[in-house]
Write a protein that binds this ligand. Structure first.
Ligand code: TNX
Length: 508
């Protein structure tokens, strides 16, 4: 418990039992336990990586990120000082890392744990050499594992489209923070972004625009497979979302047979929500849903499929309930676990084990907590994305050029950091929480630089909440986080990741 939060300055005891302060490199998310050792390992021109066959791909990844950071050759050899090992006996989902002046040893039960440890190691390597081409990694012993299994980011590629290369870059960005899920919001009123066989107009027409006009775009099925494979190489699972039965104007505009009056609406380039609905008593609707969800499930190796269900304000209540029962059944029949936004908890006929994604506030509004509990009562779990702290599309402060304000006004980095998931939905603690997610809706986000500046640094706060244990003595404290964030900012600078230089942090 004492080691629950890594501090910028780690206090050790010397041989006489007196406290010794050793400044060491810091990590976000904070490791479960981290103690400082003596001296440092000098990463230099002679350093080599050892990665046996089961650890080879992680070893190659480590080599590529450290080569990019340092310019060192870092070959993978049979003998060397940076040793990777996959072996039993390490923390579940995590790793053990031992840095001495002689060597760096990183070990985990599996490749995913080893990959998480690599992200820690990257942050321990200073952004600049300390002399004679040596990057001094401070000696330390770290033992680490995640609080939650699902540590997600969500990207809305419907309001503004982001191509395959942008998504890959975001995957790399979030991997640095040990996030392991990317939820792709693939369809909305403004655009349909995934090619579906037999329904070509969804993308040809429905994918042809975006908020404010300007082209839009879509993923071919091969593009999507490419994203999924790249995500897997970063130990990230893609959760595809097809938002139903509202948020469907792009589909309705493409196929008038999906509307009740048979007339296609115009494409939509605004940012209102809640005006569109599939036609609930039309059998063609369910052929469409089955085709789409069947293909999406077949393209997706991960265990989840997200069917939206949010803000269906133009679907009458009885229709909504009939639709959700059928659509969630169709989704479950693909073999995937169904995820829906918490409004889907209005239905008492969800497939057992369905996961609810909660997007009300840290203090629940209206019946949000009750709706979220429906999923738990049905044997499922919750993913928390409280809009007042976890929504990356909220402005940082009143002066932010980008972003929205509806979720209790601006969201500072401090607010994004100082909350406890176990205190959001009364009666739903860690055991019933699958994890945490940070959504980035893109009504106001057009470029990759915009996207990164809204995500970073708040996503670092959310990642820490998802990975690191809650401090046993009370709340998370931003004054403890801020110095680590400053150090993390130096890594973001080195990586060329755009971020908001929030006040209250001594950015370097
Ligand atoms: C609400 S939260 C939405 C999205 C918007 C977002 C903007 C939720 C499930 N739906 O449709 O893009 O607010 O912040």
């Amino acid at each position: 418990a004492a080691g629950a939060l890594a501090l910028a300055t780690i206090v050790n005891l010397d041989v006489n039992g007196a406290p010794v302060s050793t400044t060491t490199a810091t990590v976000i998310p904070a490791p479960v336990s981290q103690t400082a050792g003596e001296g440092a390992f000098d990463l230099g021109p002679a350093s080599a990586i050892v990665a046996p066959s089961d650890a080879r791909s992680v070893g190659e990844y480590l080599a590529s990120v450290l080569r990019a950071a340092t310019g060192l050759p870092l070959p993978i050899e049979d003998e060397g000082e940076l040793i990777l090992a996959i072996e039993p006996g390490h923390p579940e989902g995590g790793y053990d890392l031992e840095v001495t002046s002689e060597s760096v040893r990183l070990a985990a039960n599996d490749a995913a744990g080893l990959f998480a440890g690599v992200q820690t190691l990257r942050q321990l390597v200073p952004v600049s050499a300390s002399g004679r081409s040596a990057w001094a990694i401070p000696a330390t012993t770290i033992s680490d594992h995640p609080r939650f299994a699902y540590r997600g980011a969500m990207l809305d590629v419907a309001r503004h489209f982001f191509g395959v290369d942008d998504v890959k870059r975001y995957l790399d960005d979030i991997a640095l923070l040990k996030l392991n899920v990317l939820h792709l919001h693939l369809t909305d009123d403004q655009g349909w972004r995934l090619e579906i066989d037999g329904w070509p107009r969804l993308t040809e027409h429905g994918g042809s625009t975006q908020v404010g006009g300007g082209g839009g775009g879509f993923y071919t099925q091969d593009d999507y497979r490419n994203i999924v494979a790249y995500a897997a190489s970063r130990f990230i699972t893609i959760v595809p979302e097809i938002d139903l039965p509202g948020h469907t104007n792009a589909a309705l505009a493409s196929y008038p047979e999906l509307t009740c009056d048979g007339e296609a609406p115009a494409l939509y380039e605004g940012i209102e929500v809640g005006f569109s609905s599939l036609c609930i008593d039309n059998e063609r609707t369910y052929e469409f849903v089955a085709d789409v969800l069947g293909q999406v499930a077949a393209l997706t190796p991960g265990p989840w499929i997200h069917i939206g269900g949010d803000e269906a304000h133009s679907t009458p209540e009885a229709d909504y309930l009939r639709f959700i029962e059928r659509a969630s059944g169709i989704a479950a029949a693909t073999g995937k676990t169904v995820i829906g936004w918490h409004e889907m908890g209005r239905s008492d006929a969800l497939p057992a084990g369905s996961v609810g994604e909660y997007w009300s506030f840290t203090t629940p509004e209206g019946d949000a907590a009750e709706l979220a509990r429906t999923f738990v009562d049905g044997g499922g779990r919750l993913v928390l994305a409280p809009a007042d702290v976890a929504y990356l599309d909220m402005k940082y402060d009143e002066s932010s050029p980008l972003g929205l304000l509806w979720a209790k006004g601006p969201t500072s980095v401090e607010e994004a950091f100082e909350w406890d998931p176990a205190e959001v939905v009364p009666g739903v603690g860690d055991a019933r929480l699958l994890g945490i997610e940070a959504p980035l809706w893109t009504e106001t986000i057009v470029t990759m630089a915009d996207l990164e500046s809204m995500a970073f640094p708040r996503i670092a706060a959310i990642a820490e909440i998802a990975w690191s244990p809650q401090p046993e003595q009370g709340r998370r404290d931003f004054s403890e986080f801020a110095p680590r964030l400053a150090a993390f900012g130096a890594h973001l600078d080195a990586l060329g990741i755009n971020y908001f230089r929030a006040s209250g942090v001594a950015w370097r």
